[in-house]
Design a protein around this ligand. Structure first.
Ligand code: DGP
Length: 112
């Protein structure tokens, strides 16, 4: 989608700091990090959110990437939080499915 920021990042039209890339997914640093590690993983194919009809194998590969990217970022063993905000009440601001990987410090007990 041409008006989607993450599609423009995937296309290389908006610069990003890449952490990982393959044919199907891109991981890059969040522009407004909430913690020392704050990386986003996105499918290159545009889905608005988890509410879309996403094939289970795509979701499976996306979430299988999480510990790999966490390893690349050095938080695999120390721990990290994954967040996939969906819709307005969750403050989803970019309507392209993405998983946040947040870590590198002791996080608050609850996220609400
Ligand atoms: P959310 O939709 O609330 O789950 O989070 C979207 C995240 O995307 C937010 O943490 C900031 C990040 N973000 C927004 N625009 C850009 C951008 O242009 N570049 C990068 N690297 N991150 C962005």
């Amino acid at each position: 989608m041409s008006d989607c920021i993450f599609c423009q990042i995937i296309a290389g039209d908006i610069p990003s700091t890449k952490v990982y890339e393959d044919d199907e997914f891109l991981a890059f640093e969040d522009v407004s990090p909430e913690a020392p590690v704050h990386t986003l993983i996105v499918p290159k194919k545009h889905y608005h959110s988890l509410n879309d009809d996403i094939p289970a194998d795509v979701l499976g590969r996306l979430y299988k990437l999480v510990p790999y990217v966490a390893e690349l970022k050095g938080v695999h063993d120390s721990g990290y939080r994954t967040v996939a905000n969906t819709g307005d009440d969750a403050n989803q601001t970019v309507h392209h499915l993405h998983v946040h990987i947040i870590g590198g410090k002791q996080l608050s007990e609850h996220s609400s």
